[in-house]
Ligand binder design. Structure first.
Ligand SMILES: C[S@@+](CC[C@H](N)C(=O)[O-])C[C@H]1O[C@@H](n2cnc3c(N)ncnc32)[C@H](O)[C@@H]1O
Length: 201
């Protein structure tokens, strides 16, 4: 039995996410994971994409939860986890050639989403791929009744949390120099959005 911190949502679509990441991270060297939670994605993706050095990060107060699973990782391509609040100025870690975050943009305040992309705009290099997984609204509408219920539940948990509008996030990404490369449908009305900043390519 798994006694490490566990999140079912993290398990649900990990094979679908991996299928896309394997392709979009095929030529990447290092991934900075934002809001890594329990570390389930970090360990699964590091195991299955051994060419990548995977750096999981979390808010300082959630580091013990992240550390528990990462400490049990048997491979050598999981970097020591680091504390990162996307509102940090500057970020305490360098931005490598890939970033990943799951189920996070609808949890953090929209002002934090704006800061995340502002930092990418200011500090990311010229060849960076960003993959973000989670629920998104399109054209001002929920993509399902389930997402509408989820958004009501989020509002009860925190006034800061809400399903984000794809168009708003894509606008922030474009302002940061990132162009949408793919919008992949995932089970249970989630999406995997992939942007790239590839100056001069
Ligand atoms: C629903 S959990 C997702 C965790 C994991 N990625 C997953 O898919 O299970 C949302 C995470 O966002 C993190 N988070 C919230 N605000 C943040 C911020 N400003 N900077 C970095 N992480 C943040 C929380 O600590 C939390 O672990």
């Amino acid at each position: 039995m798994d006694t490490l911190p566990f999140c079912q949502a993290c398990e649900n679509n990990k094979s679908w996410i991996l299928d896309v990441l394997t392709r979009v991270f095929a030529d990447r060297r290092q991934v900075l994971e934002i809001a890594a939670g329990t570390g389930q994605h970090a360990c699964h993706f590091a195991t299955n994409m051994p060419w990548l050095a995977w750096l999981p990060t979390e808010l300082p107060e959630n580091m013990p939860v992240l550390h528990a699973r990462c400490a049990a990782y048997a491979g050598d391509n999981l970097l020591p986890e680091r504390a990162l609040d996307v509102c940090d100025e500057p970020w305490p870690v360098d931005i490598p050639d890939a970033l990943f975050s799951a189920n996070s943009l609808h949890i953090m305040a929209f002002s934090a989403v704006e800061k995340l992309f502002a930092t990418l705009g200011n500090s990311a290099g010229d060849d960076v791929v960003l993959a973000v997984y989670g629920p998104f609204n399109y054209h001002g509408r929920y993509t399902s009744d389930g997402n509408a219920r989820f958004d009501r539940w989020l509002a009860q948990q925190s006034a800061d949390s809400a399903i984000r509008h794809f168009e708003d996030v894509d606008h922030l990404a474009a302002d940061a120099g990132f162009e949408l490369q793919g919008d992949y449908e995932m089970p249970a009305n989630n999406r995997l959005l992939v942007w790239a900043k590839q100056v001069g390519k």
